[in-house]
Design a protein around this ligand. Structure first.
Ligand SMILES: NC(=O)C1=CN([C@@H]2O[C@H](COP(=O)(O)OP(=O)(O)OC[C@H]3O[C@@H](n4cnc5c(N)ncnc54)[C@H](OP(=O)(O)O)[C@@H]3O)[C@@H](O)[C@H]2O)C=CC1
Ligand SMILES: O=C1CO[C@H](CO)[C@@H](O)[C@@H]1O
Length: 328
């Protein structure tokens, strides 16, 4: 059986435990090359993870004839540039989330991959996790009747950074926005997966805390999905504590679940409450990576594509449109 040989551009945190080993654990898949801008750090990563080749130049990794497909795991500010280069080389692209800095950049990535006739996948790995597949299955089985309304709530304390250092997640030219782009993108993508595309979104985004005044640290949103379901979302990144919960309400019941936590899915109906526990996978991206590999080999479908992920970028663009910062 043919194996898909992956190369990775950018080897930071996400590749250490979530995705790098995920490639090595997936079936019919190999991790054959990695790239970091510092050759010594690239070599260190490669040796620690048993990867045979390393580069300090992305072009060399893309051009390596033993690399069949490329995973781009740099901050979003460079996703467009690398995706275009990988597509130009005629190789499939697997890119981290959020897909790019804006919906417009996503459209350029989609167009380039179409023109080169290569597939484009995005690492919204929740689309392949058993927990969310169970939520989707319950919705499709009519467990809560007709879906009416969805609510997404997330808050957490303000980010701590070293004196004089601004993490890339808080620099819009590298991240697209604040932690909203980093974290709410997962939730918005998940609801696109569960309920279909959002047709209309309105948001209020501002900077309340004063730290990093150029980015939103609070966003409240209302939506109408194409299906007619209504939704609300709120994200606050300067709160007293951490919370993350989602609810989907229907004509006959309600599903409650977290995006990041590990508590079981809860189903409330007139008959009472049912809990559905789940086992989190050891390597959280591995199930999605397996669908990417299967899709490339022609015996499966990956549910996280450039088209689906671009919708999330476009919704985020819409929600932060009227960004207000009293400090700037
Ligand atoms: N799906 C998920 O669960 C998660 C996804 N992510 C996503 O993964 C991406 C990376 O995040 P994370 O690993 O936390 O970030 P890190 O800062 O830990 O690592 C980023 C890596 O990219 C390299 N890099 C940065 N800019 C460039 C560039 N212009 N060209 C080449 N390499 C570059 C970095 O530097 P160097 O070259 O020095 O190695 C580093 O290796 C983001 O899009 C993030 O949103 C992150 C965490 C979880
Ligand atoms: O996508 C992500 C998932 O969670 C991390 C935090 O735990 C984020 O920072 C990251 O970018």
């Amino acid at each position: 059986m043919k194996r898909i040989r992956f190369g990775i551009i950018g080897c930071g945190n996400v590749t250490e435990v979530k995705s790098g080993p995920g490639f090595q654990k997936a079936e019919h898949c190999e991790l054959v090359a990695v790239m970091r801008r510092d050759a010594a750090l690239a070599e260190d990563y490669a040796r620690r993870h048993g990867v045979p080749r390393w580069y300090a130049d992305a072009g060399e990794l893309i051009g390596d004839p033993d690399v069949d497909a490329v995973y781009i795991a740099t901050p979003p500010g460079s996703h467009l540039e690398y995706a275009l280069a990988v597509a130009k080389a005629g190789k499939p692209v697997y890119v981290e989330k959020p897909m790019a800095l804006s919906g417009e950049e996503c459209s350029r990535m989609i167009a380039a991959c179409r023109e080169a006739q290569v597939p484009l996948y995005v690492a919204y790995y929740r689309r392949a996790l058993p927990r969310f597949l169970k939520v989707k299955e319950l919705l499709e089985a009519g467990a809560i009747g007709d879906v009416r309304y969805a609510a997404m709530v997330q808050y957490q304390p303000a980010p701590q950074a070293k004196e004089g250092e601004i993490p890339w997640r808080l620099q819009p030219e590298l991240s697209g926005g604040g932690l909203f782009f980093d974290l709410a993108s997962h939730t918005l993508d998940l609801f696109d997966f569960l309920l279909g595309p959002i047709a209309e979104a309105k948001g209020i985004a501002s900077n309340q805390q004063g730290q990093y005044a150029g980015i939103e640290d609070i966003v409240t949103a209302t939506y109408r999905f194409e299906s007619g379901v209504h939704g609300i979302g709120s994200w606050c990144f300067s709160a007293f504590a951490r919370e993350d919960r989602n609810e989907i309400v229907g004509s006959l019941g309600k599903l409650s679940f977290s995006t990041f936590g590990h508590e079981p899915i809860r189903l409330d109906t007139a008959d009472g409450t049912q809990l559905f526990p789940f086992e989190p996978p050891q390597h959280i991206q591995q199930p999605l990576i397996q669908t990417v590999v299967n899709d490339l080999l022609g015996f499966g479908v990956c549910a996280s594509t450039g088209e689906s992920a671009a919708r999330t970028n476009r919704v985020m663009d819409e929600l932060v449109k009227g960004f207000y910062s009293p400090q700037s």
